[in-house]
Design a protein. Structure first.
Length: 210
């Protein structure tokens, strides 16, 4: 593990992506690697503004295609400002969601045609696909229960995507599994029903074996 790698974490709500980003970052830092932790949408000041616009539901009237364009614009900026410079320095970049989320949420579950999703990916991401992507897989009802508990027993309003029905979340799960099947060299499916520490062990094993 001499130079940095671009690692992304994908999956449905409450699958444990943010938790695993933190655990892997700690482990890499303990091994003296430089690590940048980031997320999508977000990662830059402008990206966080677009995040607020999208997750508040204000952009919903643009429809899934308009939202896909906004996610992609934020992504292109994030790559230019944060991800590429970090990789050029030799740092590791751990990103909570990336372009597979656009393919799953706006594409498979949202109905934007695969050709349009691929075109957006070519424009926003080009050759900067992740070296490795962990797909954290679990039944959506378990993930949604976890996020409701984390948000204080459901007292907080769900965001634009958390508020979608179970059918949408099941379509998402199937979409992530399909992406992993289509791109087995990049994607690793993890059983996210396991304890946090067990998932973290699976992540670490994949990182060291490479
Ligand atoms: N979106 C999109 O539509 N298109 C795109 O292109 C992109 C994104 C990039 C971002 O929201 C939203 O944007 C997202 C998709 C959409 N939809 N929503 N909502 P976000 O970043 O706020 O939310 P998220 O990405 O879905 O993450 P999350 O809900 O915060 O979940 P998570 O990061 O996967 O899980 P966590 O925060 O690590 O864990 C959740 C809770 O479960 C927490 O209390 C943990 O302590 C607990 N946890 C974690 N792991 C475990 C295990 N293994 N066992 C038990 N409990 C656990």
């Amino acid at each position: 593990m001499t130079t940095g790698k671009f690692i992304t974490f994908e999956g449905g709500e409450g699958a444990g992506k943010s938790t695993q980003v933190k655990l892997l970052a700690e482990r890499l830092r303990d091994a003296a690697y430089k690590v940048v932790e980031t997320r999508e949408p977000g990662g830059t000041r402008r990206g966080e503004e677009i995040r607020e616009f999208l997750l508040s539901g204000e952009a919903k009237n643009f429809g899934p295609m308009g939202e896909a364009v906004l996610f992609s614009a934020a992504r292109a900026h994030h790559l230019n400002e944060v991800i590429r410079p970090a990789l050029e320095r030799g740092d590791w970049v751990l990103c909570d969601r990336f372009s597979d989320s656009t393919a799953a949420y706006q594409g498979a579950a949202g109905g934007v045609k695969p050709g349009l999703i691929r075109a957006l990916e070519r424009v926003a991401v080009d050759r900067n696909m992740p070296d490795m992507t962990f797909i954290l897989d679990l039944p959506p009802e378990v993930g949604l229960k976890r996020t409701a508990q984390r948000n204080g027993g459901g007292g907080e309003r769900p965001d634009r995507f958390e508020a979608m029905d179970l059918h949408f979340h099941e379509a998402l799960r199937a979409a992530f599994l399909r992406i992993a099947e289509e791109q087995p060299r990049r994607c690793i499916i993890l059983d996210a029903l396991q304890a946090e520490s067990a998932v973290a062990e699976d992540v670490w094993e994949a990182i060291v074996t490479g």
